[in-house]
Design a protein around this ligand. Structure first.
Ligand code: NAI
Ligand code: 15L
Length: 274
């Protein structure tokens, strides 16, 4: 497709939204911002909840693509997840369909497959032992379950309505990894922007699901589907490894919160504070 220029960024007030607001304009995108919370210093940003279908329809009108980040991004009650992540994502796709928008980039999560055992052994894990993108989904929380729903919704909207989506099962996109687990799943902000750009411009995608991380030495999953979109990661978390391992020790196979992709979401999921 011709490179999209105007892109609606939902969840623009959040952590990842703030990072991408800073990085994506350098790729030539004009961002339209939306969040339930007002965004400081952005008077033109749309303040709207995903429950407001009219506002969503207006927000997507005329854009070339949507990056959909808005969500409860941690565990919560089923009712709250149902409202924001499940019904909210459906409302967004309905607005996209009604307004004829061609492509969505959906922020899925590693927690859609969080109960997948992590590959054990010395890094680097050989390619044949990396977790593949078609591994059965095993959500670790209602949050992870909502990301499974989002991926299936994206598939339905491609099959039934021709709306394209790249679903990115993001690992941990923060300035730096803060745990030993994150050394395996970290996506640097710069690589995040590279991957969103690839997901916006690759051709053809139908509905494509990829893992999203940097090219970490301690990688657990297969980055080939993301590379097939044109993504060329530049970063590796290994520069942070010595410090984190000295502070926290290596992951232990006997510990349940170390044994699965989802880490501590398996045992003590962090809860959305609102
Ligand atoms: P965040 O919690 O910092 O930001 C989420 C934003 O969505 C918030 O600004 C919030 O106000 C907004 N939001 C929540 N419910 C809404 C609703 N009903 N209507 C409108 N806005 C709503 O989360 P973060 O870290 O920025 O994550 C962004 C997206 O990426 C989320 O979908 C998250 O699940 C996904 N993700 C993020 C990862 C990361 O490492 N940051 C890892 C995996 C997935
Ligand atoms: C996620 O899905 C969360 O949104 C993010 O806050 C991190 O907890 C990340 O996963 C992770 O697994 O580190």
């Amino acid at each position: 497709m011709s490179a999209p220029r105007t892109v609606l960024l939902t969840g623009a007030a959040g952590g990842l939204g703030t990072l991408m607001r800073g990085l994506l304009p350098a790729y030539g995108y004009q961002l339209r911002l939306l969040d339930a919370r007002p965004i400081e210093g952005e008077p033109e940003a749309i303040t709207a909840d995903l429950g407001d279908r009219e506002a969503l329809r207006e927000a997507v009108r005329g854009v070339d693509a949507v990056i959909h980040l808005a969500a409860i991004s941690l565990e919560s009650t089923f009712e709250k997840i149902l409202q924001s992540n499940i019904a909210g994502t459906h409302h967004l796709y309905e607005a996209v369909r009604e307004e004829g928008i061609r492509r969505v980039v959906f922020a899925s999560s590693n927690h859609a497959v969080g109960f997948t055992p992590r590959p054990e052994g010395e890094p680097p894990i050989p390619p044949e032992r990396l977790i593949r993108i078609d591994t059965p989904r095993r959500p670790d929380t209602y949050y992870g379950l909502s990301k499974c729903f989002g991926e299936d919704l994206a598939q339905l909207y491609w099959d039934q309505h021709g709306v394209e989506t790249v679903s990115i099962r993001i690992g941990s996109c923060f300035m730096e990894p803060t745990t030993v687990r994150m050394l395996s799943v970290w996506m640097s902000p710069g690589d995040g922007a590279r991957l969103f750009h690839a997901a916006l411009t690759a051709e053809p995608v139908g509905h494509t699901v990829v893992y999203g991380s940097s090219a970490n030495t301690r990688l657990w999953w297969d980055l080939e589907p993301a590379r097939a979109l044109g993504y060329e990661p530049q970063d590796d978390s290994e520069q942070f490894a010595a410090k984190l391992v000295a502070e926290q020790g290596e992951l232990q196979p006997g510990r349940r919160d170390h044994a699965y992709l989802g880490g501590h979401f398996i045992t003590t999921p962090p809860h959305w504070p609102h």
